[in-house]
Design a protein around this ligand. Structure first.
Ligand code: SF4
Ligand code: SF4
Length: 363
């Protein structure tokens, strides 16, 4: 399925420490959208995709709410569109917006880092919005609880040197939010230093220790950072390694406010490797070189070769192969995921957890 990543604005109301977008004042208008929407079927054909799913991306996409409303009304008439999602920090959500999104089957993917919001996701005045989230949640639990229980939580270099460890944040999600499967995800770029990588190794081991302890006490839980690598291991053994890292360059694209299309929003934010010019209705270079993880020479002798789907394609294009620091993080995650599996392989609660994980990805 083609990923139609429509970057409706590059502006944001936050200034997160690890964000790769330029936070420039660009905003997509209805004409830009129409020109991109005309380009969409041509790119789907080139990449051999029969249908698509739409993501309204940013910056903070809710800053261009009028365009989202306009585009949803048009795209939802297209039977090839299989779904909508808005990755958002959620601060601009209102009861009216929730109503519109629900009526039009638009999903929200909340970017919220729990305790780390206090240090890594500050606004432009360098102030924390953590308390604002807690108020929003308290005042409208019905709308906010599902978002907080399914949010994306980024582990970045900054979180390694802050006050709260990964385990502190894990316990906060369980105790305060009731999120037993917090979706911790790695920032996979070149910003990790030797110091933050060595701190990560210590913290990820502590996180695995706590996960084992919870499960041995009959609590069904698993941080996403482990379930992802458990699934990659199962899928790698069953079906072999994937031939792509992500959709960039093979099954999706980022459609930017400047009228150009790029392999994804990250390429677009740097204006690198444009694949089409929607204003002039021109296809440019749609091929990215060296994106198949099976062919990376750096990976051939790696113990994770069979399972690892490598890091961010953009970072690898810049680096000319896998980013060594990110590989060290992957290895630490796999090591702990294997340890959890080995230690709990006969544990009934762990078997239920695995069933839950497979169910959550629709397996
Ligand atoms: S950890 Fe690095 S070297 Fe090993 S397979 Fe993954 S990307 Fe390749
Ligand atoms: S290139 Fe990186 S930022 Fe772009 S879609 Fe792939 S993983 Fe995401």
């Amino acid at each position: 399925m083609f990923q139609f990543e429509l970057v409706v604005t590059e502006k944001c109301n936050l200034n997160c420490s690890y964000c790769y977008m330029q936070n420039t004042p660009t905003v997509m208008n209805t004409l830009d959208f129409q020109q991109h929407y005309e380009m969409l079927p041509k790119l789907m054909k080139i990449y051999g995709q029969a249908d698509f799913s739409t993501a309204f991306f940013g910056g903070e996409p809710l800053l261009n709410w009028n365009l989202i409303e306009y585009a949803v009304k048009i795209i939802k008439m297209n039977p090839k569109n299989k779904g909508f999602v808005i990755p958002t920090n959620g601060l601009l959500l209102t009861p009216e917006k929730f109503k519109f999104l629900k009526e039009n089957n638009v999903n929200i993917s909340l970017s919220f880092d729990g305790l780390w919001n206090k240090s890594e996701r500050l606004d432009k005045e360098h102030k924390s919005r953590f308390d604002q989230y807690m108020n929003l949640w308290t005042n409208d639990r019905e709308s906010w609880l599902p978002l907080l229980r399914n949010c994306k939580i980024m582990i970045s270099p900054g979180t390694m040197i802050g006050k709260d460890s990964i385990t502190d944040n894990y316990r906060w999600f369980i105790d305060v939010i009731g999120n037993y499967y917090p979706d911790f995800t790695l920032v996979r770029d070149r910003t990790w230093s030797e110091k933050t990588i060595s701190l990560f190794k210590i913290q990820i081991k502590e996180l695995a220790d706590y996960t084992i302890e919870y499960i041995e006490n009959g609590i069904e839980t698993m941080p996403g950072i482990f379930s992802l690598y458990m699934l990659d291991t199962i899928l790698g053994e069953k079906y072999g390694k994937r031939t792509f890292g992500c959709f960039a360059g093979c099954s999706g694209a980022g459609f930017m406010p400047n009228g150009f299309v790029y392999p994804c929003a990250r390429f677009g934010s740097k204006m690198e490797k444009p694949i089409a010019d929607s204003n002039r209705k021109k296809i440019l270079n749609t091929k990215l070189q060296n994106i198949n993880p099976k062919t990376f020479t750096e990976c051939l002798n790696c113990e994770l070769w069979q399972y690892c789907n490598t890091g961010c394609t953009y970072e690898q294009q810049i680096q000319g192969g896998p980013v060594p620091g990110v590989c060290t993080l992957f290895k630490a995650c796999y090591e702990q995921a294997f340890r959890i599996t080995e230690q709990l392989k006969h544990n009934k609660t762990f078997h239920n957890v695995i069933k839950q994980i497979v169910k959550r990805i629709g397996g």
